[in-house]
Design a protein around this ligand. Structure first.
Ligand code: SF4
Ligand code: SF4
Ligand code: FES
Length: 231
C-alpha cells in the first residue's frame, strides 16, 4: 500500500510537504491505522494521535483521500491502493497529522455540556422514563473526534464564533434531556447571529461523522425550539 502523508515540523521545516511511504500489509492488517502504524515503524519521526483503535477515543481523525474519518475504522479493503493523509482541515497543525484542538474544545465547553439541575439530588439517581431516555439516542454517542466541525465551511471561516456541528449536537443533547432545567439559559447562550445561525445546512457534517450521527438534524431542532419560544 502506498501512503502519501502530510509532514510538517514547525521547528525544522520552512513549509509542509508530502512524504510517500510503501507499506507491506499482512493478512491481519485490516484498518488504515494498521498501515499507518507500519509507516511509523519505518520512520519514527512521523507523528499522529491514536489510542483505542476501536472508534471510541476519537483521536485518530484525519483527512483521508479528501474526506474526514477515523483511521482505525476505515477498512483498507475499501480504499484505493494509494491513500493520501492530511491533518483535519481548518485547525492549526502542531506537527504532521496532529492538530491543535483548543478552539474545537472551547466551543464544546461553551455549550455547558453537562446536566444542570438545581433540585436536591435524590438518594440514588435522577431517573428518566425509557421514552425520555430514547430522546438522547443519536446524541450521546458523539466521541468528539471533530470530523464534522472540521469539514464544515461555516466553522472554517468562524471557528471562534460559530459553535460548529459537534458542539451544537451536544447543546441539543442537553436541551433534549428531561433531567436538565436550564433550557432558557441554553437557548439564550445560542441566540446570536453566529453561534447557531451560521449553520447553512450544507450537511458536510453528517457526511463525515464516523458514528453516523446527524448534527444537522440536532441543529434544526434547536432552531425550532428558538422559533417556538419566540411566538
Ligand atoms: S449542516 Fe451546518 S454544521 Fe453541518 S456542515 Fe453544514 S453548515 Fe456546518
Ligand atoms: S458528531 Fe460525529 S463527527 Fe462530530 S465530533 Fe461527534 S462523533 Fe465526531
Ligand atoms: S484510535 Fe480511538 S477512535 Fe481511532
Amino acid at each position: 500500500m502506498k501512503l502519501s502523508i502530510y509532514r510538517y515540523d514547525p521547528e525544522r521545516d520552512a513549509r509542509p510537504y508530502m512524504q510517500d511511504y510503501e507499506v507491506k500489509l499482512d493478512s491481519h492488517d485490516r484498518m488504515l491505522l494498521d498501515a499507518l502504524v507500519k509507516a511509523k515503524v519505518q520512520d519514527d519521526s512521523l507523528s499522529f494521535r491514536r489510542s483505542c483503535r476501536e472508534g471510541v477515543c476519537g483521536s485518530d481523525a484525519f483527512n483521508i483521500n479528501g474526506k474526514n474519518g477515523l483511521a482505525c475504522v476505515t477498512k483498507i479493503a475499501e480504499l484505493p491502493e494509494h491513500v493520501t493523509l492530511r491533518p483535519l482541515p481548518g485547525l492549526p497543525v502542531i506537527r504532521d497529522l496532529i492538530v491543535d484542538m483548543t478552539q474545537f474544545f472551547k466551543q464544546y465547553h461553551s455549550v455547558m455540556p453537562y446536566v444542570i439541575n438545581n433540585d436536591p439530588p435524590p438518594e440514588r439517581e435522577r431517573l428518566q422514563s425509557p421514552q425520555d431516555r430514547e430522546e438522547l439516542n443519536g446524541l450521546y454517542e458523539c466521541i468528539l473526534c471533530a470530523c464534522c466541525s472540521t469539514s464544515c465551511p461555516s466553522f472554517w471561516w468562524n471557528p471562534d464564533k460559530f459553535v460548529g456541528p459537534a458542539g451544537l449536537l451536544q447543546a441539543y443533547r442537553f436541551l433534549a434531556d428531561t433531567r436538565d432545567q436550564a433550557t432558557a439559559e441554553r437557548l439564550d447562550n445560542l441566540e446570536d447571529p453566529y453561534r447557531l445561525f451560521r449553520c447553512h445546512t450544507i450537511m458536510n457534517c453528517v457526511d463525515s461523522c464516523p458514528k453516523h450521527l446527524n448534527p444537522t438534524q440536532a441543529i434544526g431542532k434547536i432552531k425550532e425550539m428558538m422559533v417556538r419560544r419566540a411566538v
